[in-house]
Design a protein. Structure first.
Length: 236
């Protein structure tokens, strides 16, 4: 594992964007696994800057996102589809037809999950997976559980995750209680994993995840078994 500690969120974002840019430059038709949450917002801003400067071309990039809330459609301003459009896709020359976010509106989430995994497999898997980390160690929305789930699946969000994400909603009652998330299979099959985390409150969970026992109770701990993980952390 490559652990990069930086002293500001700006440096974290620049470093992460440089790694993603290198991936796109080396493989212009790469498959990026993308993440939401506040941590990657700065990274996306830096990627937009590079695209504006003519240094980066997203025209042949394909993306697959980690997760989506159940019950929010893509036009809802707290849906992850909306997040991706407004924080990245609307500002770079990516073809939106090549961007995938699981649908939280499907009547049959098991079928949606199976179709999503089939889509990822049809792309040949993910070249670089960007991740944040939840305070309970979740990646995507893989919450602490008794087992690591391999496939894209429906999850019940934990109370602490609902509380953490309530800051984005007018009322905690508006936070969806369920989500659909990529499972550990597609994440672990990604050729490279890049995890970004900032804030003093993420320090403990990073220590547990990367230096503690590998257990589904700390979902990110599975990344200790991945051969190519880079973690960028800023305490500020
Ligand atoms: C959400 C997302 C995760 C993200 C996590 C942490 O729950 N589903 O993918 O990593 O939040 O978010 P933040 O970066 O805002 O701390």
């Amino acid at each position: 594992m490559n652990f990069i500690k930086v002293d500001s969120y700006e440096k974290l974002s620049i470093t992460a964007a440089n790694i993603i840019a290198a991936q796109i430059i080396m493989k212009p038709n790469c498959v990026l696994g993308l993440a939401t949450g506040s941590s990657p917002v700065g990274t996306y801003k830096e990627l937009i800057k590079k695209c504006d400067a003519g240094e980066l071309d997203f025209s042949t990039v394909t993306s697959v996102n980690l997760d989506e809330y159940v019950g929010l459609d893509g036009s809802h301003d707290q849906s992850y589809r909306y997040f991706m459009n407004t924080n990245l896709f609307d500002h770079v020359n990516i073809d939106k037809a090549r961007t995938a976010v699981p649908s939280g509106m499907s009547d049959d989430l098991a079928a949606e999950g199976a179709a999503y995994d089939k889509h990822i497999a049809s792309l040949g898997g993910i070249d670089l997976q960007l991740l944040g980390i939840g305070l309970d160690g979740h990646i995507g929305f893989n919450e602490p559980a008794d087992v690591f789930v391999k496939e894209t699946h429906e999850v019940e969000l934990h109370e602490s995750t609902i509380e953490a994400n309530a800051r984005f909603f007018a009322d905690i009652k508006d936070v969806p209680t369920k989500a659909i998330t990529m499972g550990m299979g597609a994440i672990m099959n990604a050729k490279k994993v890049l995890l970004v985390a900032n804030g003093a409150n993420k320090k403990d969970i990073l220590e547990k995840s990367f230096f503690g026992p590998i257990t589904p109770q700390v979902p990110a701990s599975i990344l200790q078994l991945h051969p190519d993980v880079t973690v960028i952390y800023s305490e500020n």
